[in-house]
Design a protein around this ligand. Structure first.
Ligand SMILES: O=C(O)CCC(=O)C(=O)O
Ligand SMILES: [Fe+2]
Length: 269
């Protein structure tokens, strides 16, 4: 079983010296209790509203980013990966105005911003283990590799995760190689086979997640999602991601092309 990364002190209006030091060293940090279970439930209702709308419309993409559909434990059609969910829900858009997201920008510096209209916006991943599920795990990858495919220079990019289910790491969930944000370009590209490799690594760490917790990881860190050993309802894992980015503002629109890295999507089941 992977070592579990210790959670930090809660996130306040300023990053503490310890929080900054720990993030700089490991490339990841786990803040407990970012939002209450009531807020988690409210957010989930907002996500379900977007889901119903997209299923009703037969929508395939948002701003060029494909939507991943699958089936739930009861066979119901569901969205398993949302992009730009914040642009389709006032509740989610408002949630991203929580001043503590501003605090997190401090991990990058004064030019950083929350990517509400860029990259994939607010992503929601919904994993569940059933025969008809299309999303149960994700192989090793770095998020920054997408910038290389897009022909961009690698700029600072952090991914902020807001977790909507408890995750006992013994059953599966997020795994990350701490310190790999400091690796050279060769290792960033080739340390593992992007998205194809699902093997545990002896140096990986896991996270003991409660619904409402927040994690941040540097986009250059190698990470994966281990498939739950459970099936059905007990395997459900829902998590939202919003990027923190720097550099030129590059918003997407409904006219945006589908990025090349989405050709990896079929590898992720
Ligand atoms: O679901 C997770 O916790 C991680 C997802 C992820 O790595 C990604 O969407 O790039
Ligand atoms: Fe990722």
């Amino acid at each position: 079983m992977a070592r579990i990364i210790e959670s930090s002190s809660p996130l306040g209006t300023q990053l503490t010296a310890d929080q900054k030091q720990s993030f700089a060293e490991h490339g990841t940090i786990h803040f407990p209790g970012f939002i209450t279970r009531e807020t988690v439930a409210e957010i989930w209702r907002a996500i379900e509203t977007v889901q119903e709308k997209w299923i009703g419309e037969g929508r395939e993409k948002v701003n060029g980013v494909p939507i991943k559909y699958g089936n739930d434990v009861d066979g119901k059609r569901i969205v398993q990966r949302f992009a730009f969910a914040n642009q389709h829900s006032p509740v989610l858009a408002e949630f991203l105005k929580d001043p503590r997201f501003e605090t997190l920008l401090g991990f990058v510096g004064p030019n950083a911003r929350l990517g509400i209209n860029e990259k994939d916006g607010l992503v929601v991943n919904h994993y569940v283990n059933t025969d008809a599920s299309k999303f149960t795990q994700m192989g090793w990858h770095t998020d920054s590799v997408r910038d290389i495919f897009l022909g961009k220079k690698i700029l600072p990019m952090l991914n902020v995760g807001i977790h909507l289910d408890d995750q006992d790491p013994r059953n599966g969930g997020l795994r990350l190689l701490p310190g790999t944000h400091k690796q050279n370009m060769w290792n960033m590209l080739f340390r593992k086979k992007n998205f194809l490799d699902n093997e545990p690594d002896e140096r990986e760490v896991a996270f003991n997640i409660k619904a409402g917790d927040l994690t941040v990881h540097d986009g250059r860190c190698w990470h994966r999602v281990e498939r739950s050993v459970l099936t059905g309802e007990a395997s459900r894992r829902r998590v939202m991601y919003i990027p923190i980015i720097a550099g030129k503002y590059t918003p997407k629109s409904e006219k945006s092309p589908t990025p090349f890295y989405h050709r990896f999507q079929h590898l992720v089941k």
